[in-house]
Design a binder for this molecule. Sequence first.
Ligand code: FNR
Length: 372
Amino acid sequence: MGRAARIHSAQDARRLARRRLPWMVFDYIDGAAGGEAGARRNRAALDALTLRPRILRDVHDRSLSVPVFGQDMGRPFGIAPMGMCNLSGPGADLMLARLAARETIPLGVSTVASTPMEQLIDTAEGHAWFQLYFSGDGTGTFKLVERARTAGYEVLILTADVPEVGRRPRELRHGFTMPFRIGPRQFLDFALHPQWSLSTLARGRPQMANFLKDGYAFDRTESRARADWDTLARLRDAWPGKLVVKGVLDAEDAARLAQCGVDAIQVSSHGARQLEGAPAPIAALPDIAAAVAGRVPLFFDSGLCSGEDVLKALTQGAGFTFLGRVWQFAIAAAGEEGLQRLFEVLSSELSIAMAQTGLSDLRGIDGPDGQA
Ligand code: FNR
């Protein structure tokens, strides 16, 4: 049996990835802030939510598509922006871009992606959104915005929840830096994971590919703390396309964003990688939905691991969702086949859950109080 066929759930992908990836890489992807209580809190909140089973509704013909910014997406879930994806396997960024193109779902392209943004939007056949980190005094940041526009991006995601990079002890313990150094500890780690080392390192260490030219270097550890509401206003003026603000967990912030001309708000705790004490995003979602009152669409990410999780987020007020880590685990587990397999697994889980909750399509969901 091929490795991809062994993936029956996102947990399977994670388990297989754990065996194949060096500890440093697995813990960089899997880790969360501090003692990881935030990650556990969100998982517990997702598990505590229930879906409402409905019967006798003729749900044999189901559509998993949802509209976002006037375009029909193949699924109500996309690929969250993640830096340095090529660490999970050679060519991982391009695999994600091809998935986005095939399945008509958005690929979030990180500021610190390991493949240039131009190549990614091209491979994703336009289904790519550029994610922006404000950094330093903003000079380089606005250069990057211009570059994204020239490359043809129509959606910009400003990630606002990293004024300082969160401390993730699991990755720090392995000495994870970017670009990473190979000291004795890493050497041993890589030697014990030869499959990864021979395929990934043999192609050269993954790099922050958006900064290899242009005379602007991105320092991953540089403070991003100078961004404020004026920065957002400047960005709104500079960006003619759709503008999404990601990393929102507070209803007051969300209400203010809705007045600032943003086109969508992404409720997210960055996959619990930033503030350990943040509320569970899934628990914050209904209050944010109430505060925004339909003025702008809500997107959601953090901790989603199954089709049922996605459906739960939709019932709590999200119009669209993103998954992060699990895509990388699927690639680490079984390459591009593994990635496609995980997509099919998530789709199947969602479709079955829709049938069991009496839904033929996803437009019938009417928010936190239950389903239509
Ligand atoms: C991220 N995330 C992230 N977000 C962002 O806006 N820019 C980035 O460069 C990154 N980089 C990144 C790297 C890795 C390895 C991970 C796991 C995550 C956060 C990401 O977009 C998303 O918010 C979370 O991954 C969602 O949570 P799950 O699905 O991973 O639990």
